[in-house]
Design a protein around this ligand. Structure first.
Ligand SMILES: CCCCC/C=C\C/C=C\C/C=C\C/C=C\CCCC(=O)SCCNC(=O)CCNC(=O)[C@H](O)C(C)(C)COP(=O)(O)OP(=O)(O)OC[C@H]1O[C@@H](n2cnc3c(N)ncnc32)[C@H](O)[C@@H]1OP(=O)(O)O
Length: 224
């Protein structure tokens, strides 16, 4: 298990220019697909128009599929410390279902993101699915642990839903609380314009192999 995970942490040595080129190529594709996901939910086009649109989508699938990778994207590093988790379900640059865009980090270690959650993230009518809130919190709390120098796997995530979270603009933030051995304790929340909707505490545990990897980096790798 540990070995198979390590195989997905790849130092691929791509130049910064090549990473920027890939971002410029694939980022807009992800954005287009994200809009398509929402259109699949919201379109009122009739059966003929849907059939016509599907022909175009089939053509796009053929072009995109003729040269492709197999399997998960994994986590990829280069020499200047940039890392790409572009398949990540919460924040991956090339993952059209990932709701988190840009991640911010303050000098005091607070990590946060402002996110727009559209109708594809619905749970209770008009409101954010509780599992989506947990997804956001798992990611942001994990990132707060990692960016403070204590990367780990989620061991325990405790989530308290204090009030419903309306679809639309939400703010998610997290901060490292304390570290005990290989365990990082992180707290955070999801808020709407009126205040906190969901709060969480996470325990992120660095497996021994991850501690060894972490210590091989001169600086904490920065996500794309
Ligand atoms: C390789 C690159 C690293 C370099 C750094 C740079 C970048 C890093 C990149 C990525 C970083 C990784 C993650 C990214 C962040 C967020 C993404 C979202 C997060 C996830 O989506 S992640 C998926 C869900 N997650 C899992 O899939 C975990 C499955 N599980 C396991 O992999 C193990 O289970 C593990 C590792 C959790 C523990 O395994 P272990 O063998 O190390 O633990 P062990 O028994 O030695 O216990 C040691 C101490 O932790 C306590 N303890 C044990 N288990 C606990 C638990 N569950 N809750 C609370 N406390 C627990 C014990 O009580 C003891 O405490 P004490 O020391 O006080 O006695």
């Amino acid at each position: 298990m540990t070995d198979s995970m390590l195989e997905l942490y790849v130092h691929d040595g791509l130049s910064d220019e090549e990473i920027d080129r890939q971002k410029a190529t694939y980022g807009p594709l992800t954005k287009d697909v994200r809009e398509l996901i929402q259109l699949a939910l919201q379109t009122r086009a009739d059966a003929d128009d849907v059939a016509r649109a599907r022909e175009h989508l089939a053509a796009a699938r053929e072009i995109l599929g003729c040269d492709r990778e197999d399997g998960p994207y994994g986590t990829r590093f280069n020499d200047s410390g940039r890392f790409r988790n572009w398949g990540n379900a919460a924040i991956g640059l090339r993952n059209a279902i990932a709701p988190i865009g840009e991640l911010h980090e303050d000098a005091d270690g607070r990590v946060w993101a402002d996110i727009h959650l559209g109708p594809i993230y619905e749970g209770p009518a008009g409101h954010v699915h509780g599992g989506v809130s947990a997804l956001l919190l798992d990611q942001i709390l994990g990132d707060a642990a990692r960016l403070s120098g204590h990367p780990g796997m989620t061991g325990t995530l405790t989530v308290r839903y204090r009030k419903r979270t309306p679809l639309g603009a939400v703010h998610v933030e997290a901060k490292l609380d304390r570290v005990e051995g290989r365990k990082a304790f992180v707290v955070g929340h999801v808020a709407d314009a009126e205040g906190i909707c969901v709060e969480a505490e996470g325990i992120f545990i660095a497996p021994v192999w991850m501690v060894e990897q972490r210590d091989s980096f001169a600086e904490t790798p920065r996500p794309e």
